[in-house]
Design a protein around this ligand. Structure first.
Ligand code: LLP
Length: 416
């Protein structure tokens, strides 16, 4: 469910007409619905309310400060994967005790900053990393908590680029090695293994992979308990899929019904790290039709947004629904493409679409997650503006970049 709906033939975001926003702010324009954002967070919170998990929103999905602040104010924690995301999280006012930090490649600087800021724990991905954290924590005279990221070796049935819980992926630690590391870490003076973490992939629409992974990890937790190793946290990661096209993902309630019994059995404090589920359908990318071009083989609708604004179709051949801002009954088959000099620069291929005219607008739906956050300046394009709609009000939450922004950090050496 989301707050982008057609009323009297026009697309609205909450109470505002999307076309008016496109005209006012220009395009490419990311528009977020505040209500939708919160609703998804609240849905998860309520589905799991019997165990009061800490819901650490995954910052990488959409890292705009206003998005972070809106969720943090509702009680969310944050899942960060870099010093930059930690910086954003703290800037948005997230209490450090609600921040968890994953990533296979944390640098010394990033580890140090995170320790100094007092995050809840690191999700550790290798024994070398654990030793490094111990070393840095000792130097800083701090004792830090960590969760070991387990790779449970399950098939999440999603795109291969966003599969993370198979042993052929770079993420996490297999059970046998994890056990060895837990025993080894007993001798560490400044690091305490206080939990386990899993994250098996993204855009997972069926419950089975989650159940399989959680069942494996809960069995491991029981085995550890029998040996006197007591943990405090289980972090079940993110990965809940959403509807882009014809997917039938589980609802928060159904997801909870499947996994709550397993989670309760552990007796541990539960953390989850949803990204897409919260923000995916809370955002759209609005773009203007520049030209309609017919070739002997195809029709191309050339728009003013490109793969630099939304790379998901180019990178994963991801499907995003595309709608005209005013309902048009006549349709035609076309490709929607951007202005970038690459054939991978498309939003839709051979899609039956409304017959749009040059100068009109299209909305790329479901662009709230991994949309702006994966955007770039490729082809020296300025990154898009972002606005947030709350009922009948709109707020700019990121200004459009200027040409000056593009070259701000570049230096022409004096010898040239
Ligand atoms: N936790 C960890 C450790 C993660 O690596 C991720 C996502 C999440 C949580 C949040 O996953 P979510 O709930 O959003 O599925 N760019 C890709 C998705 C990459 C996901 C990376 N990790 C896409 O556009 O589909």
């Amino acid at each position: 469910m989301h707050e982008f709906k057609f009323k009297r033939n026009n697309l609205y975001c909450e109470e505002l007409k999307v076309q008016d926003l496109a005209k006012k702010f220009g395009t490419p324009l990311y528009i977020y619905s505040y209500q939708t954002l919160l609703e998804h967070f609240i849905k998860l919170e309520q589905a799991f309310r019997s165990i009061h998990p800490l819901i650490c929103y995954s910052v990488k999905a959409n890292s705009n400060l206003a998005v972070l602040k809106a969720l943090v104010k509702k009680g969310a924690g944050l899942d960060v994967v870099s010093g930059g995301e930690l910086f954003r999280g703290l800037k948005a006012g997230c209490p450090p005790g609600r921040i968890v930090y994953a990533s296979v490649g944390k640098t010394d600087y990033e580890i140090e900053e995170a320790i100094k800021s007092g995050i809840l724990f690191f999700n550790v991905e290798s024994s070398s990393e654990l030793k490094n954290i111990q070393h840095i924590a000792r130097r800083l005279k701090r004792r830090v908590n960590v969760a070991l990221r387990i790779n449970p070796d399950v098939e999440p049935k999603t795109h291969k680029y966003i599969t993370t819980g198979k042993l052929t992926n770079k993420f996490g630690i297999d059970f046998k090695t994890a056990k060895r590391i837990i025993l080894l870490a007993r001798g560490f003076s400044h690091v305490k293994i206080s939990g386990l973490h899993i994250h098996i992939g993204s855009q997972i629409t069926a419950p089975e992979p989650f159940v399989a992974a959680i069942a494996k990890v809960t069995r491991f937790i029981s085995r550890l308990r029998k040996e006197g190793i007591i943990l405090e946290y289980l972090n079940i990661g993110g990965g809940l899929g959403i509807i882009y096209d014809k997917e039938t993902p589980q609802t928060a309630l159904k997801f909870a019904a499947k996994i709550l019994p397993l989670l309760r059995k552990t007796g541990l404090k539960i953390i989850m790290e949803p990204g897409r589920f919260i923000v995916g359908n809370a955002g759209i990318l609005v773009t203007k039709v520049l030209y309609v071009k017919n070739t002997p083989k195809k029709k191309f609708i050339i728009v003013d947004s490109g793969m630099n604004d939304l790379i998901r179709p180019a990178l994963y051949e991801a499907y995003h629904n595309i709608v005209a801002l005013s309902k048009i009954n006549r349709t035609e088959k076309a490709d929607v493409v951007g202005p970038i000099c690459e054939s991978g620069d498309f939003f839709a291929k051979d899609r039956t679409l409304p017959k749009v005219e040059e100068g009109s607008y299209l909305a790329v739906m479901g662009a709230g997650a991994y949309g702006f956050s994966m955007s770039s300046n490729y082809n020296s394009r300025r990154r898009a503006q972002e606005v947030m709609v709350i009922k009948d009000k709109v707020f700019v939450i990121r200004k459009r970049e200027t040409y000056e922004d593009l070259t701000r950090n570049e230096v022409i050496p004096a010898f040239l």
